[in-house]
Design a protein around this ligand. Structure first.
Ligand code: ZN
Length: 312
């Protein structure tokens, strides 16, 4: 493939990827070639490889691969990052200390990428590798499907502790915990939420005895809500399901964050402002949102029947 991007749209790529997990493995060092729904790929002892692009048009590659990333986030939810620069063992390494992550890392680096996004599908990992333009060479992108053990090492807790939000939530200090709580309540970003999933039990323990204060609404309640969001994200449930549980979700701000679209209004005789109808941009669920005021503004989200499905 020279200077081209696969004609397949993100939906088709993901449909092929889901079938790649059922491909056979070769004997020894052979490569197997295959075709699924018109897309061709090959399989080594390590991974099923679906080439997506080889192009010098960096902007086109970025927009194509980010569309695939968004769809994969919606479908497989938790996105991990694989840092291919960390694992550089090779044939010269003592087998006893060889880190198995060096094999996929070498494959990622061979595509001129330093790291890759990946998602878990049962016992397999789906890895999206987006290379950069090496001197004079087109940038390549590919999806790898391989058993998840190749990507996971003993360091999951260590990674979680490098997340600043995890560190804040474990700090035992009210002035660090509360801003972190609000950061969790505001975000749907998998890169932010993923490290928190593995740490949620530790966060519950570390915050159990901290005096979090709070005037009109207890800050403890906001913390509990943040933990519910983390657990919801970890279980792969859309985060819009958290709206009915908390009264501080301002639909204007949620729309500005790109989480929902305000698609209409409904008059409300009890309130100064009409109710808004909000549609989740990740899953399409619809909510009717009443806005009221009692010492501070509040919003009550109630799920309503979705519009007739016009979505693709
Ligand atoms: Zn949703």
């Amino acid at each position: 493939m020279t200077d081209q991007i696969a004609g397949a749209g993100p939906e088709q790529v993901l449909a092929v990827v889901e079938q790649m997990t059922r491909l056979p493995w070769p004997e020894g060092d052979d490569w197997l070639t295959w075709e699924i729904d018109g897309l061709e790929g090959r399989t080594s002892y390590l991974a099923h490889v679906l080439p997506l692009a080889a192009t010098s048009d960096a902007a086109a590659l970025a927009s194509y691969t980010s569309a695939i990333t968004s769809l994969a986030d919606r479908r497989w939810v938790t996105r991990y990052r694989f840092d291919a620069t960390r694992f550089t063992d090779d044939a010269g390494t003592d087998p006893a200390s060889y880190d198995r992550r060096s094999a996929p890392a070498s494959l990622v680096r061979s595509l001129d990428a330093q790291d890759a996004a990946w998602w878990r599908r049962g016992d397999d990992a789906v890895v999206l590798v987006v290379g950069s333009t090496a001197a004079g060479e087109p940038a390549r992108a590919a999806v790898l499907v391989l058993p998840v053990q190749w990507l996971t090492g003993p360091g999951a807790e260590e990674t979680a502790l490098r997340s600043p939000l995890v560190a804040d939530l474990l700090s035992g200090e009210k002035d660090r915990i509360l801003p972190a709580v609000w950061a969790v309540v505001r975000t749907r970003d998998p890169e932010v939420l993923t490290p928190l999933v593995g740490a949620s039990a530790a966060i519950r323990t570390a915050t159990a005895d901290v005096d979090l204060g709070g005037a009109l609404a207890s800050n403890r309640w906001h913390l509990d809500h943040a933990l519910v969001r983390i657990e919801r994200f970890g279980s792969g449930t859309c985060l819009c399901g958290a709206y009915p549980d908390h009264q501080f979700y301002d639909p204007g701000k949620e729309a500005a964050r790109g989480h929902v679209t305000v698609v209409g209004t409904v008059p409300n005789d009890r309130q100064w402002v009409p109710d808004r109808i909000c549609e989740c941009r990740d899953c399409g669920a619809r909510f009717q949102v009443e806005q009221g005021e009692y010492h501070y503004p509040w919003w009550a989200w109630t799920e309503v029947a979705p519009a007739r499905d016009e979505r693709a």
